[in-house]
Design a protein around this ligand. Sequence first.
Ligand SMILES: NC(=O)c1ccc[n+]([C@@H]2O[C@H](COP(=O)([O-])OP(=O)(O)OC[C@H]3O[C@@H](n4cnc5c(N)ncnc54)[C@H](O)[C@@H]3O)[C@@H](O)[C@H]2O)c1
Length: 311
Amino acid sequence: MTTDSKSDAINNIVHFFLILYHWIVGIILTLVPRSLRYKDVKDQTVLITGGGSGLGRALACRFAGLGCRIVIWDINAAGMSETAARVKKIGAPVFTFQVDISDRQAVYETAARTKQIAGPISMVINNAGIVTGKRFIDLKDEDIDKTMAVNCTSNFWIIKSFLPDMMKVNKGHIVTISSVAGLSGGPRLADYCASKFGSCGIDESLRYEMKTEGYDGIHCTVVCPWFINTGMFDGVKTKYMGLLEQDYVADEIVSGILVNQEIIVVPRLIYFLLFIKSFLPTQSSYYIIKLIGGDTAMMTFHGRHNKVKQG
Ligand SMILES: NC(=O)c1ccc[n+]([C@@H]2O[C@H](COP(=O)([O-])OP(=O)(O)OC[C@H]3O[C@@H](n4cnc5c(N)ncnc54)[C@H](O)[C@@H]3O)[C@@H](O)[C@H]2O)c1
């Protein structure tokens, strides 16, 4: 055996034990209340894209309550003002920037202005998102481009803008709001799922890259929630698992971020369904989707802006 192959064998054994070690630590940590392990984020500056509505607004208010300075990016000025007013009422400093995150140049310019005005960013929450809810065959090229740009590609421009500063001090947190649609496909969600699978890929690759390069102070968290009652998915109908409450999801996300949890799936039942899906034949997996109404959920979707008059 050469010296190289000897050290390869030793490394493999060490890695095998590290897999077991982290597995056991993970199991033990699930038994310790998360609140005992929260990190302190007081005086940190948290940037939330899409903070002018829904989940982004709820997260802004929660981090304001934890003593953070809040930076909001959104295309919707009125929504941002409403969030800013709520954050101010909580007593936290807040900065708002109107920007279309699908415009790469606008992202780079807004990032520079943000740093100038609000100072270094401690945590970035890539939350802004859109959904078309169209059948594959009806998707216009522009729909696909826009969904990919807002939900996925923009994450590159935004992370590229703030990660170098985090790397200089080996401290920071990048949060990606993806979706259960980033873990499983669904009818009328091809563009949305593609963008959300993409955002999960960015998160996982970046996390492994930070670990490989020794940036142990930079954390990456991806969040994959089921449908939430923010209005974005108005009209969807599912079986057994109804739409989640926005406040419940926001609490789960903040709690996960505060313990540097790497993947947050809400509700946790989805972990179980994904585990079953990982070993069942594809034909069977389709019936899991059917069982929870995922095959027809989007048939009644109209979204926030195209409300159908009821009865
Ligand atoms: N609502 C759900 O059921 C659900 C489920 C899983 C994941 N998510 C994800 O959670 C995130 C938040 O969704 P939400 O439910 O709060 O939706 P929302 O529509 O209430 O909020 C999205 C925000 O993003 C902003 N935005 C949209 N396009 C933008 C652009 N080009 N530039 C800047 N800002 C832009 C909007 O103005 C809005 O304020 C999204 O990424 C969404 O995909 C939502």
